[in-house]
Design a protein around this ligand. Structure first.
Ligand code: ATP
Ligand code: MG
Length: 335
């Protein structure tokens, strides 16, 4: 009897692969959209070079880490040599130039945690945030992109999780829920810890790429083309993985003691990181270690109200995956 139940469950979950893959495919940005983003970047760089000839612009965030869905905003980093003028002054100057160049909704947010200039390009409708010398974000963008090339299931899972998080409104850091970056790290960690593993731990392998940013050494194995078969011993399908991901965060994660760590490819303890109590605004109610800035908990935005919201949403998703006859509809129902 038990065997039959397992079989029934199996074929039942497998019938969800096609609809999940269809959702994934529908979220992939088109080549046309990518080309538009590149053109905008080039024209912004030309403009910036009028004032700062040696400055360069880099794409980072989801438009460069391969986890961007269509119609996302783009994140741009201005790399400019340290000069006498402060970041705020650069941002204000930049905002002025953009404004004169007919870009819309130009706004300098000089007091934000990561100070930026926001703008909208009226020709393409693309919105864009520009930050300054945020090299660490450019490096973590590369790490995510490299992981995505190892096994196609990572990108599929992360698109579905991000889509779910946006629809259910648990992807809003200013409301105390998690960033897209945090969700992608959760997906990477989850696939690192499947048995057999679907993803390796690149930072535990010998380093083929090393940069030092603000005293932080970022080093990992980046010849990912050599790892294309890594996950092939694990044949779990996308439907099974979506089910298991929500099941993990609903019922299996040890919120009281565990920190998920992509850097080590394992769970580490809150005690080892001294993340056991609230310090200032950092409550550590769900702990996600940044792969490079290891003192940075990406769950620190989560407070006692939003942890409840988050966990209820994980449980809702797990329940739907387990029992709903049509989970692909119910899962993404707008909150
Ligand atoms: P989305 O598709 O939702 O825009 P995103 O990956 O671009 O996803 P953003 O919140 O726009 O997410 O963040 C842009 C980038 O900034 C991230 O990809 C990451 O490189 C970096 N980043 C964001 N939040 C953090 C953080 N808390 N710590 C370190 N880096 C971060
Ligand atoms: Mg973004």
């Amino acid at each position: 009897r038990n065997n039959r139940r397992v079989l029934e469950y199996h074929s039942d979950i497998e019938r969800l692969n096609a609809p999940f893959l269809a959702i994934y495919e529908s979220l992939i940005p088109t080549e046309e959209e990518k080309a538009k983003q590149k053109r905008l970047l080039t024209s912004l760089e030309k403009l910036v070079n009028k004032e700062w000839p040696s400055a360069r612009l880099f794409l980072y965030g989801s438009c460069a880490n391969s986890f961007g869905v269509s119609n996302s905003d783009i994140d741009v980093c201005l790399e400019i040599e340290d000069s006498d003028i402060s970041k705020s002054e650069i941002l204000l100057k930049l905002a002025d130039m953009l404004h004169s160049d007919n870009l819309q909704n130009v706004q300098a947010l000089t007091r934000a945690r990561v100070p930026i200039v926001k703008l909208m390009d009226p020709d393409t409708g693309i919105s864009c945030d520009i930050c300054i010398n945020n090299v660490l974000a450019v490096v973590n963008t590369k790490l995510l992109r490299d992981y995505a090339q190892i096994d196609a299931r990572l990108r599929q899972l992360a698109f579905i999780v991000k889509h779910w998080a946006k629809k259910r409104r648990v992807n809003e850091t200013y409301q105390g829920t998690l960033s897209s970056y945090a969700y992608v790290l959760m997906c990477i960690h989850f696939l690192q810890t499947r048995k057999p593993a679907i993803l390796p731990c690149l930072q535990e392998m010998h380093a083929t790429y090393t940069v030092t940013v603000d005293d932080i050494e970022c080093a990992y194995f980046d010849r990912v083309e050599d790892l294309r078969d890594f996950g092939s011993r694990n044949i779990e399908s996308i439907a099974q993985l979506v089910w298991a991901f929500f099941d993990y965060w609903a019922y299996r994660h040890d919120y009281a003691n565990a920190v998920i760590s992509v850097r080590t490819g394992s769970i580490i303890s809150k005690r080892a990181k001294d993340w056991t109590r609230r310090i200032g605004n950092d409550r550590h109610l769900i702990c996600i270690e940044d792969p490079f800035e290891v003192s940075h908990d990406l769950g620190r935005v989560v407070d006692k109200h939003s942890i409840k919201t988050l966990r209820e949403e994980f449980e809702r998703a797990a329940h739907i995956m387990q029992f709903d006859p049509d989970p692909c509809v119910k899962l993404f129902e707008p909150y």
